[in-house]
Design a protein around this ligand. Structure first.
Ligand code: ADP
Ligand code: ZN
Length: 602
């Protein structure tokens, strides 16, 4: 058996490597450089942790996630790996201890914030010990166009010049070709072996629903499908974060807010609670989540449209790192499109920047309005192919596509007439009222009932018309501008009005995907019903144990491990050792307690 496999089994308690892990680990142990693109939950950590254990010296991990280093180190200490970190949160004495351990060769892994590495004192320190490898985690932070850019990452290109013999491994869950290329060029990793995994996350069920009453829809999702589960809810503004968190709490869901406007202590406390408690919901802006290692996040909900497919993929990817069934749910409506277009129009930066933002948004809208499998679309976006998955809303309850050409013509012609006969611009609400022939005060005031298009659209309901507007916007056949979201024709509109172009549209299925999805999914997947009470007992034991140690519950054992224990009910330490995630150290530390907990219920 190879040293790597031995370490995997003995230390981490796992049977075998997954996917590319083995090839990556062997390559780095052999001294090679690597760039690893692997989705969240794919198992990137082991790709540098195992080589750090096998190679002589200390693996130095560069990570931007200062707030999470303590947890990362605790997770390693829990399996008996000698690990430490150096960052600005420590006092002089704490740092000195870690430095001494490193120089004495007593550390397997050392986590560093990137700004530390640019300090000459840190470089001198590294020269006094032995570095086994450099791991550059969250390597997309080197990309200046990405939303996580960290200037300190640019300095990492010098690692190779200063330590030419030390292998480097850069890792990220960001998948676009552009980011990949930027990592390679900025970190001088052109010669490195490139490992690009499939970005499919089969355990995540993707669903995108029309937005009606988003908070209620969210509550319904939590109550019917995820009661007592941990989840992340993303909102665009601080205000809606606060309101949504209050709404959930008022309805008996334990939830906390997280956004940049909260003071740093509150933020840190809410994040710590999320990591440590079972079943807490965090309502957050996108400032929350990068590097959150919590494996049992069961759902990620978006109440506002993400700005790009990349962002959407990253955020939803925080669900289900443990491989168990999880939900990614997004509510999306016309107002989102209006709002985002406005934000792009008023954003700082040059035209090229705005164009890029528009392209990102267009791709996101295309994902929302597709009649194809969401997963296939997502993978295509990252340049990968896939088959219809059977685990997204369009696969579970296929929407019909319909010929929306006439509807499009009616709507565009209403916009045209307002503009050319009256010299007026209006938002979607007024245009739809005109099509429906509604005598509202605003219609009367502007004498819009005199227009030839007044009342010509009564075959569709108001919400169907909103769907038409949304889809025309998504397809670039209509544009929107200004604070009031006034509608404008585009060049492509002329083709529709001139009957030169057909318009296909998506009809929302009458029955939401939820019912079908919930029916298909076993409540606690892959665990027989009779194991459930045992699992709950184990969870209660884990909760106490984690609390006593002051670490997140998953550091004691993951849900996946507890499920397997509950299902197999081992009666000896030997049998317990066979469970995935029970390594040497945890067996010695918790074995007796687990067996006692199992026996205690009878
Ligand atoms: P990433 O950093 O890529 O998001 P992690 O390294 O956190 O993913 O791994 C995700 C989960 O999968 C963790 O709970 C980890 O312990 C588990 N895992 C990783 N590799 C294996 C493996 N070979 N066998 C079993 N579980 C694994
Ligand atoms: Zn699908």
């Amino acid at each position: 058996m190879s040293d790597a496999l031995q370490a995997l089994r003995r230390v981490f308690g796992y049977d075998s490597f997954r996917g590319d892990q083995e090839a990556i680990v062997e390559h780095v142990i052999g001294g090679g450089d690597a760039v690893v693109l692997m989705p969240t939950g794919g198992g990137k950590s082991l790709c540098y942790q195992i080589p750090s254990l096998v190679r002589p010296g200390t693996g130095v991990v560069v990570s931007p996630l200062i707030a999470l280093m303590q947890d990362q180190v605790d997770a390693l200490l829990a399996v008996g790996v000698r690990a430490g970190f150096l960052n600005s949160s420590q006092d002089f004495e704490q740092r000195r201890e870690v430095e001494a351990a490193f120089v004495a060769g007593e550390l397997d892994l050392l986590y560093l914030a990137p700004e530390r590495l640019s300090m000459e004192s840190t470089r001198n320190l590294l020269d006094r010990g032995k570095v086994a490898l450099f791991a550059i985690d969250e390597a997309h932070c080197v990309s200046q166009w990405g939303h996580d850019f960290r200037p300190d990452y640019l300095g990492l290109s010098e690692l190779h010049e200063r330590w030419p013999d030390v292998p480097r491994i850069a890792l990220t869950a960001t998948a676009t070709k552009a980011t990949h290329a930027e990592i390679v060029s900025r970190l001088n990793l052109g010669e490195a072996r490139q490992f690009v995994a499939s970005f499919d996350r089969p355990n995540i069920q993707y669903r995108i629903a029309p937005k009606a009453e988003p908070k209620k829809q969210l509550l319904d999702l939590i109550r019917t499908e995820h009661p007592g589960d941990a989840g992340i809810v993303y909102c665009l503004s601080r205000n809606s974060v606060e309101k949504t968190a209050e709404f959930l709490v008022a309805n008996g869901i334990s939830a906390v807010p997280y956004h940049a406007g909260l003071d740093s202590r509150t933020r840190a406390r809410n994040q710590a609670r999320f990591l440590r408690e079972d079943g807490l919901v965090v309502v957050a802006t996108i400032a929350f989540g990068m590097g959150i290692d919590k494996p049992d996040v069961r759902f990620v909900a978006h109440l506002d449209l993400p700005k790009s497919v990349e962002g959407y993929y990253q955020e939803t990817g925080r669900a289900g790192r443990d491989g168990l069934p999880s939900t990614a749910w997004l509510a999306y409506g016309l107002q989102d499109v209006v709002q985002q277009r406005r934000m792009i129009q008023t954003s700082e930066g040059d035209d090229a920047h705005r164009r890029r933002l528009s392209q990102h948004l267009d791709a996101m809208l295309a994902l929302c309005e597709t009649v194809e499998c969401r997963r296939v679309q997502l993978l295509n976006y990252f340049g990968q192919s896939g088959q219809p998955c059977g685990n997204c809303d369009t696969c579970l309850t296929p929407p019909e596509s319909w010929d929306g050409t006439i509807a499009a013509q009616k709507l565009l012609s209403a916009v045209y007439r307002l503009q050319h006969e009256r010299g007026q611009k209006f938002g979607a609400g007024q245009v739809i009222d005109i099509l429906l022939g509604k005598q509202t005060p605003k219609v009367t005031q502007h004498r819009h009932d005199q227009l030839t298009v007044f009342g010509v659209g009564q075959e569709l309901s108001e919400s169907e018309w909103r769907g038409v507007v949304r889809q025309l916007l998504a397809q670039g056949l209509l544009a929107v501008e200004g604070d009031y979201g006034t509608l404008l024709l585009t060049e492509a509109s002329a083709e529709v009005l001139g009957r030169k172009r057909e318009v296909r549209m998506r009809r929302e299925p009458k029955r939401a995907a939820r019912a079908a999805a919930a029916a298909k999914r076993k409540p606690a997947a892959e665990m027989p019903e009779e194991a459930r009470p045992v699992f709950e007992r184990l969870r209660a034991w884990r909760f106490e144990e984690a609390k006593n140690q002051g670490v997140p519950a998953y550091i004691v054992f993951s849900d996946a491990t507890l499920r397997q224990i509950a299902t197999e009910q081992p009666s000896t330490l030997d049998e317990l050792a066979g469970v995935s995630g029970v390594g040497e150290n945890k067996l010695a530390k918790y074995g007796e307690q687990v067996l006692a907990t199992l026996a205690g219920g009878e």
